[in-house]
Design a protein around this ligand. Sequence first.
Ligand SMILES: NC(=O)c1ccc[n+]([C@@H]2O[C@H](COP(=O)([O-])OP(=O)(O)OC[C@H]3O[C@@H](n4cnc5c(N)ncnc54)[C@H](OP(=O)(O)O)[C@@H]3O)[C@@H](O)[C@H]2O)c1
Length: 304
Amino acid sequence: MSPLRNIAIIGPTPTLGSYILNSLLRTPNFNITIITRSTSLSTFPPHPSQTIIKIPDTYPEPELIAALTNQDALVINLPVSLTATTQLKIIDCAVKAGVKRIIPSDFAGCVPLEKTQELDFMTRDNVTVVKYLKDKEREGMTWSAIKCGLYIDYQLAVPWFCFDLKAQKVQFWDEGEAKFSTSTRERIGDAVAAVLTHPQETENKIVYVNSFTTSQKQLLGVLEKATGSKWEVETVNSVDEVSAGKEMLSKGNMMGIGAIVKSICFTEGWGADFEAEDVEVMNEVLGLEKENLEDVVRKIVESF
Ligand SMILES: NC(=O)c1ccc[n+]([C@@H]2O[C@H](COP(=O)([O-])OP(=O)(O)OC[C@H]3O[C@@H](n4cnc5c(N)ncnc54)[C@H](OP(=O)(O)O)[C@@H]3O)[C@@H](O)[C@H]2O)c1
């Protein structure tokens, strides 16, 4: 495959998108086209390699095809609230426009094991999108889906994710010892750029990357060192949490997904520890160094 030069990105704004955009803009020889919604309040500082296209919020086909014509690659970064259907429509438009490589909005925290798919609709959606992309291979399009673990720098700064930096409290899932893969958003942005500069190595693959693997217990030790204080520990039972999450979802309460996602990440056997699964973690192939857990946590604590 010839080098990918013209790269379009949909959803290049927080929580993750701005990190992806920054990495793409730093990559030599990339021409970046930002596709943003007409009503979006996002702003983009001028950059010589960047073009901005505003299209209606519903991503209509003619406008999307026009925006994607002459693009070599498309990176999609959309909120999970939009479901797989929006992505399938965007993929169709990209194929019609002749885009050669698609990176879907995946960026998931776990390997999509059968049991994880049964539990988590977001994992199921990601599998649906990958199946669709595989189907489109015969039309000449290629794809790479990136799985990166939790966004450690984001999740640690919001108490929703068990670590409450302000109150210095943690909620352990069982003993807090289950290992999980995790990445900083900067590293995920770099992974997107690296996938596009390594098109052969990443062709038609789920690409696993991480900054490091850790556990809640290990993170607590590093956080206590970084904050210089002893944290309060509460323990919950993972089996009870899964039941509670399922019950909430079955009653239409989407908040139940919180307990499900945390159970997948903080309990063994749901696919959150990439190194423990039968998958290739591609950091080395892509030239992405692992990060130092203590340095990352110290930076998060200092900027909190
Ligand atoms: N591994 C993890 O820890 C983790 C955590 C959260 C999310 N994720 C994954 O990361 C990806 C992005 O999710 P996210 O929650 O971070 O996305 P997000 O920041 O909420 O949205 C990304 C962009 O999508 C565009 N957009 C299009 N329609 C929208 C709508 N109806 N409402 C809001 N924004 C809309 C916006 O860009 P414009 O304004 O420029 O149009 C927005 O900035 C998903 O694949 C998700 O599964 C992973």
